[in-house]
Structures are given as structure tokens and as C-alpha cells.
Write a protein of this length. Sequence first.
Length: 388
Amino acid sequence: MILTNGKIYTMESEPIPNGFVIFDKKIIKTGDMAELTDEMKSGHDIIDADGGYVFPGFIDAHTHLGMFEDSLGFEGDDGNEESEPVTPQLRAVDAVNPADGYFKEARNAGITCVSTGPGSANPISGSFLVMKTAGDIIDDMIVKDPSAIKFSFGENPKTVYRSKERQPSTRMATAALIREQLQKASDYLTELSDYQKDKDEYDKPEYDIKCESLIPLLKRDIPMKAHAHRADDIMTAVRIAKEFNLKLTIEHATEGHLIADRLKRENIPCNIGPTLSDRSKPELKNMTFEIYGILEKKGIDVSIITDHPETPIAFLPLCAALAVKYGMSEYGALKAITVNPAKALGVFDRVGSLKCGKDADITVFDRFPLDIYARAKYVFVNGVKING
């Protein structure tokens, strides 16, 4: 298939004012219309973008899409297992419902890939995954699973378990529970590695599903996805990640602008949001859209997130527009919903830009996508047109 006569934003090079994209399931070629020959057109279906804006599908680096379902209460809420505080063995793949109506709203907004997983009730909540927003069966939509292990700091865990009269009811207990489980998993991994090296000398450790679930984290194959709003909670996550030599991304980072120099020095990706929201609890008192521009100017890799359903996922482009209104550069905001989340999620080899060999996740907008009136004319996921 060939998209023609579009303003092509590959997000890896300068925009092409009037260009084309050739693709099947993957991106094959992009270029200026002057380079498109009749021979290249032969045998392809052609869609005229008619001056529209052609972008890689947008990416939301932190959602609970399919975990907290549209218009349902308890029956559709599968994001928080509040029966015990440490549950790394839980997997998002076992909870996502692709039939949830918000998937369609995401696609219609040009969002073709998201990270989703459990909520922030527990100090360790379970594994996130990265998935496409089109499909009938979650197994066929997965880009990466697991993509991260979710950890939570601050008010949420202590609020949930204080009401149950059990740990954690303080920030200290949250950190202690996390350290305890990480140390158990580290010891387990050592015992397992010794056994695999010499099965005659060492006993195989008794299977522990919690420790098994943390092995990819301890091997640095996936990051610690740390829910932290307040500056001190952010630094607790940094401290623990250093203690156990973990990859780290900070989720929400509401007070990140207050410690921007330290975040730059630590070189930590920040997935920021939901900012299109109310200050519903004390740790959100310093929430501001100015954070995006402040961190961008410091050279920090920023992704804009909705934390769906906290902010409905369809408003991701609006959040990017508001970030520009309050000081972020226009191109930086576009990177924050394409390139940066793809890198933070470890899937930039497949999504996040229109580069030869990457998945053909493409959106054509009728006007610049940060314009509040912009609509997606065409959306392609893995090269398949799903609207328009």
C-alpha cells in the first residue's frame, strides 16, 4: 500500500512537506513525492492523504487500558489485587479485555500502541505489557510481555493497607516490603544460577512464583516501573533501584520539576501525567503542565501519559497540545507521544517512528494533530487500515 501526498513526520528526520509512505505489515520506504515513480506505484493500493499529516501511531507509556473497563464497576475492575501488598506474580495479560470500548476510542485518536498493567494499590503490583490497540485477542496484540514490573510509592499503598490494618501504613513500610521481596528474589536467582551451572553440587531452589516473576527485572531485561508523585518518593525509587542495580522509569513524576537537575544527573526517563486531572490528593498539590517544558529544557527524556482511565486515553494528543501551551516545544511534545515512550518501553525497534523495517502503525490526520480540531482520517495498525 502507498500513502501519497502527505506531510510526512517520520520522527527520525526533518518532515517531508509532500511525501509518500510505502508499507505492508512493515514500513518499506518514505520519501518525497518527486521520488515516487510509476514503477514503484505498480501493484500497490494507493491512498491519497490529500495534504494530511502522516505520523507514526501515537504511544501512551502508562495506562490501565482494558484493566479498568468502560462503564463498569467491580465486575470490570481488574487492575488492583488488594488481598496482599506484594504481588509481582500478577500479569496484565490475564486481565486485559480487548473488547473494552476504550480501545476504539484510542485508535480513533491515532493511538496505536500502549503500555498497560496493574494499578498502584500495592508496593509491588505485577507486570505490565506493551500492546497494540487493535485486535480481538490479547495474545495477538502483544508487542512485549513482560515490559516492566510495577512498583508504587507514596500515598496509594499506605492508604489501601492502612484501612485493612496491615502493612504498609507508612512510606517506610512500603520501601521495606519492596526491599524484602527484591532480596528474596536476588537470593533465589543466585541459587537458581548455581544449580544451573552445577546440578551435582547445588540443589534446585523450591519454585517461588514471586521470585520467578522478578528475574527479568533483576537481569535488567525490563525496568522497575515506579509510581511516584512526590519528590521524596521519586528519590526512594531511585535509591532502591541503585541498591539492586535495576533499570528504572519514573511514572507520574508530578514533582519532577522540583528535582529536575537530579533527574537529569540520574538520566532517568520520566513518564509524566495524568496532568489533565484534578489535584485529588495531597501528593498532587504541585501538579502543573509546566513540568513538561521544564524537564525538556533540562534534556530529560519525557513521555506524556494519560494513566487511562484517570484521563481518558483519547485525550493524549490534547495533553500534548497543553504541554506546548505551557512551555514545551512542539516537536518535543510530538516526541513525547512517539519516540520517547517507545524508547522508555524498550520497543523503539518496532514502533515510535516511520522507519524502514518498523511496524506499519500509521495515522493520517486532517490537520496538525496538536490542533484541538484535528481528526484521524486513516489509522493503520500493522499495515491494516482500521478506520477511514
